[in-house]
Design a protein around this ligand. Sequence first.
Ligand code: ADP
Ligand code: MG
Length: 475
Amino acid sequence: MSWETVIGLEVHVQLSTKTKLFSGASTGFGAEPNTQVDLVDLGLPGALPVVNKEAFYKAIRFGLATKAEINQVSMFDRKNYFYPDLPKGYQITQMEKPIVGMGSITIDVDGKEKLINITRAHLEEDAGKSIHDLFDGETGVDLNRAGTPLLEIVSEPEISNAKEAVAYFKAIHQLVTFLDICDGNMAQGSMRCDVNVSIKKAEDKELGTRAEIKNINSFKFIEKAINFEIARQIKLLEKGESVVQETRLYDSIKNETRSMRSKEAANDYRYFPEPDLLPVVILDKELEEIIEGLPELPKEKEKRFIDEHNLEVSEARILSSSKAMAELFEKASEKTKDSNLVAKWLVGDISALLNKDNISIEESKLSLENFVKLIERITDNTISGKIAKSLLEDVWETGNDVDNLIQEKGLVQIQDESVLEEIATKVIQSNEDQVAAYKSGKDRIFGFFVGQVMKETQGKANPKSVNDILKKLLG
Ligand code: ADP
Ligand code: MG
């Protein structure tokens, strides 16, 4: 029997506005509990919400970038439920008429592109936080987050496996940070997602019953939670049992999903139009201004990098993978006037270090100034490429100044040809067998001599000079 997986994602993106969606309170992260709340966020009777225009403009930027329909008249609805961190007893969201309608985004999995349709993207307010581990036997409520603007982006059920789901989430992350509508900080919860997973027989037209895994905020956990869930559902189906429609929770320590509650239907929430807010109308003029202000998007950047710097597609893709990476590439290229060398280091050694540490370039200790110095010391022949590699690792760990490190560690390349010639002569004299072999026609042995000289100089020789000198000496 062959099973097919169907996945749909609901991604919550925290919009980077200064103030909340319906109040003037700050959205800043990490303040003392309950210091960033006003009457609206507390849900005090009579306090009326006022719409934050900036949140709409940011949502529209997302819509435009995903070629979506923009609803110039959109509306808010009340979603009613009872929870301690929701003082009003309802969440204001957009149900009937969201600001952003059907759009799409292209994902890239193992070099293959796939288009994923996005059903809608709507604005809603976040809830507060319940804190269970601070007071013994009691729960604390922090309302600083209550009312923070979220854009909920709902995909069609068109994602076929965990890898595609991660690629989709990454594509959204890349887009919202390029658009400057979200800071993309996953650890602070600026982006999180609910994952809907179901299984069906390959030949079935209808979708299977789904389970929804709530609130995952890391690329790694999305992949693990989905793979666990796929295995769990297939096992049930193969036993002849059925999947229950429910909300589940992912436990990253045990690497399993657990049932949280049975899935509520839309009518459990008693949705109705929000009576405290008028429909929001976006004028043509406003829409035009937002279109004018759209920045260059990842795909456009990728294409420009290929055209302007003569790069391979794979290189341009890495260099335009995040806003910070693209900026580092462009600024360092401008300063060093050597975009090829800059690209080579970013795509090669630096990407490898990023992968190893599993961090993004803005989280690393490598500054633009220090990176530029590293490139310049290579091009002005102060250090060899080989030394530059180990120097980069040092800079990566410590963030120390490149020039200071070169001085401190005595890494300056040996420029004096007579010194190199002396070392090369010694190497030749102490390896008679190899010399004989080389002279009898084993050309490949030449590399051995280069290696020996590099070793003697602890990598500080210029490989080209070493090559020239050895050729001359070996005849
Ligand atoms: P809600 O979860 O709020 O009830 P929806 O019914 O709109 O909202 O569905 C939310 C998400 O679930 C969407 O991303 C959709 O693609 C996905 N989804 C719906 N049905 C299935 C299914 N059978 N299998 C997998 N994903 C599904
Ligand atoms: Mg849902």
